[in-house]
Design a protein around this ligand. Structure first.
Ligand code: MRU
Length: 362
């Protein structure tokens, strides 16, 4: 997406350097980091310099490519795969990208692997951009339909950041919003702050503000109230892993939004790129590993002081321990539709199988 006059992706290559935006510093600082080792690529994912399921996948692909510069032997290839696979457990795009890279590189001679890996990682990144643009087109039709039925802007609630920062470009949940804005449809976005890490407040709000899209930041608990008062026309969220029968795992708190939407007849859509489908699991609540992150993310908040410095502040007693499950699962029955790159389908095994018949069981 364009920032000022510069076109950015969230991960890109200059010469042979792989560059990312350090998302832990946004919205207060815009810092670019060059990933120059396999270990650093793994740290970037684990410590969430980059985050969001599709971007985790793309960074893992580039991480494999960087790893091939260090050691392109069979052992080195497997090691790069294993190191990166350990970084974060929930977003299935990580496994998808690493298995793709491994399958592509394993048959090659070690001397050919570094160049082939860079080319393959670039293809993974380009595919992500095309997938998200297509999700945007399909989601745009939903927004257009709502706009045709009402006066005033289409009010869209989103949770966490499933924006261009969470993907290589466009975002998943935000792609229809960007497309609607470009098409001249008035949209207004309710941005959940998304505790504990505040990806909504830090990242989605920054994206909306940067692109001149009308929005308000709300506390995570405000969504149900707004829905009861007719102030939300639709919800769109992203996903870290969607099962073969349509259960949706996404940032913690998504499930509560889905319950509130269901109770208020508000359509609840999930923007779902196909690499985020885990065809090997059915029951999301039982089968998806939920990342448990450190309690400090709950006990502290990060923000900017009046003097401009960025700092962390403790918000709870030092003696109070914090629990931090990072994701939850929204059962398929609460999902109005899955917006994929091939079109919108019901969140059912049949719906997904009809959309991606060649992937069933993969
Ligand atoms: O912990 P994060 O910031 O990686 O979680 C991100 C989310 O939950 C997103 O909603 C999801 O990855 C979809 S991104 C297009």
């Amino acid at each position: 997406m364009k920032m000022g006059n510069t076109q950015y992706r969230s991960i890109w290559v200059e010469g042979s350097a792989v560059r990312i935006i350090d998302q832990t510093r946004l919205p207060h600082e815009f810092c670019i980091i060059t990933l120059d080792s396999l270990a650093q690529a793994a740290t970037a994912i684990r410590d969430m310099w980059v985050r969001g399921a599709p971007l985790i996948g793309a960074t893992a692909a580039y991480g494999m490519a960087i790893g091939m510069r260090e050691d392109a032997s069979d052992a080195g290839l497997q090691r790069a795969h294993d190191v990166l696979m350990q970084t974060r457990p929930t977003a299935v795009n990580l496994r998808w990208a690493l298995e793709d890279m491994l399958a592509h590189l394993a048959p090659l001679a070690p001397a050919d692997r570094a160049a082939a890996a860079m080319a393959r990682a670039a293809a993974v990144a380009d595919d992500d951009v095309a997938i998200n643009a297509s999700i945007g087109d399909h989601g745009l039709s939903v927004i257009r339909d709502i706009a045709a039925r009402k006066a005033g802007p289409v009010n869209i609630l989103t949770h966490c950041n499933a924006g261009w920062l969470a993907t290589v470009d466009w975002g998943t949940a935000t792609a229809p919003i960007y497309k609607a804005h470009q098409a001249g449809i008035a949209v207004h976005v309710w941005v959940d702050e998304t505790r504990p890490r505040n990806q909504g407040a830090h990242l989605t709000a920054w994206e909306m503000a940067s692109h001149g899209i009308a929005h308000h930041l709300i506390v995570d608990n405000a969504g149900g109230h707004l829905m009861q008062h007719g102030q939300v026309d639709m919800v769109i969220v992203g996903t870290d892993r969607t099962t073969a029968r349509g259960d949706v795992c996404n940032k913690i708190g998504t499930y509560l939004k889905a319950l509130a939407a269901h109770d208020n007849n508000v359509p609840f859509y999930v923007a779902l790129p196909s690499p985020t489908i885990d065809w090997r699991v059915q029951d999301g609540v039982r089968e998806i590993p939920i990342e448990e992150r450190g309690g400090d993310e709950v006990s502290f908040v990060q923000g900017k002081l009046a003097d401009g410095s960025v700092t962390r502040l403790r918000i709870s007693p030092e003696a109070t321990p914090a629990a931090n499950p990072a994701f939850d699962v929204t059962p398929a029955r609460l999902v109005t539709g899955l917006i994929t790159e091939r079109g919108i389908c019901p969140a059912t095994a049949e719906g997904l199988a009809a959309m991606f018949p060649e992937r069933v069981g993969s």
